[in-house]
Design a protein around this ligand. Structure first.
Ligand SMILES: [Zn+2]
Length: 309
């Protein structure tokens, strides 16, 4: 990677600058070239925005005249492939690495881009979690609280925290100048939400998704699964709302989880990938969150479920 020039217009709503030392890179456990070609690709999405595909993972790359903005590096191996690909295809250096949230399966590999002049950005809570868990990546040196706008090479990128939804400090990344929205994990198109929603906050998923729909963009890129548009996101939100609403109703009626699983009707979403495998787990996940977070089963307005439940 080449060394970037510093001429950045960076507008930080509430930024905290931290001095950190650069992590040293581990030697790459590189797969064969043939393997890498099937595993990784960088495809144009819209204008100067590209999608980096690494197996089931996706992140977004913005290429400007003044440098490149990379988002989740995914892993050391993936990041090495991306770094080499960017160097081969574009004549500008990487200037920013932005982490979507704290989870290791998205943020590992950042050290590959850690050179003087590269700014690493994440939400304050994502950084704190990464530091706490000794994440095997380069820690962010710029953090923010509510939002941050990054300007580079005529492009504008809004980073926004929407509250809890998945992991710690998960933010949306809106490339306003190209009308592209990037969200990782808490919006997934054309696929059922993940299993029993481990580490997710169902209320936050719904609320954050509603906020995303108020933004102005044409193309949505997710950290997993398909790309889409606002109509696809509306359908995803409708699934979440239907799932949540029906589980809540069943609990308020004092029904057992197994009864709720039998009675919930999500059949209009049966075309979603993993629907058959994860439908019951999705219901269980919402049930457990409502039970634990809202003490649903101890509330005066909720009858106790049948014994044996
Ligand atoms: Zn993920």
């Amino acid at each position: 990677m080449r060394h970037p020039r510093w001429s950045i217009a960076l507008f930080v709503a509430s930024a905290l600058f931290l001095c950190i030392s650069c992590a040293t890179s581990q030697p790459a456990q590189a797969a064969t070239e043939a393997n890498q070609q099937t595993k990784y690709r960088l495809e144009q999405v819209r204008g100067d925005v590209y999608r980096f595909v690494a197996g089931h993972y996706r992140s977004v790359v913005l290429v400007t005249d003044e440098g490149i903005v990379v988002t989740d590096p995914i892993s050391e191996d993936a990041a090495r492939w991306l770094d080499a690909e960017l160097e081969e295809r574009f004549d500008v250096p990487v200037r920013y690495v932005i982490y979507s949230h704290s989870h290791p399966d998205h943020v590992y590999g950042g050290e590959v881009f850690a050179e003087p002049g590269v700014t690493f950005v994440a939400h304050r809570m994502a950084r704190a979690s990464m530091a706490r868990t000794k994440a095997d990546t380069h820690l962010p040196n710029v953090t923010f609280e509510d939002s941050m706008t990054l300007r580079l090479g005529g492009h504008v990128v809004d980073l926004t925290y929407h509250g809890p939804n998945n992991g710690k400090g998960s933010v949306s990344m809106h490339v306003r100048s190209e009308e592209v929205m990037f969200v990782v994990d808490w919006i997934v198109l054309d696929r059922a939400p993940y299993k029993d929603l481990p580490g997710y906050d169902i209320h936050g998923m719904i609320e954050s998704t509603r906020q995303i729909l108020k933004r102005d963009f044409k193309v949505f890129v997710g950290g997993h699964a398909a790309m889409g548009d606002k109509e696809d996101i509306r359908r995803y939100l409708a699934y979440l709302e239907s799932l949540y609403g029906q589980v809540l109703k069943g609990m308020r009626q004092g029904k057992a989880l197994k009864t709720i699983k039998r009675e919930v009707d999500l059949s209009k979403y049966s075309d979603l990938k993993m629907f058959d495998e994860w439908r019951d787990l999705n219901i269980e996940g919402v049930y457990n969150q409502l039970r634990d977070e809202a003490y649903m089963l101890r509330r005066p307005d909720v009858p106790a479920p049948p014994s044996g439940e």
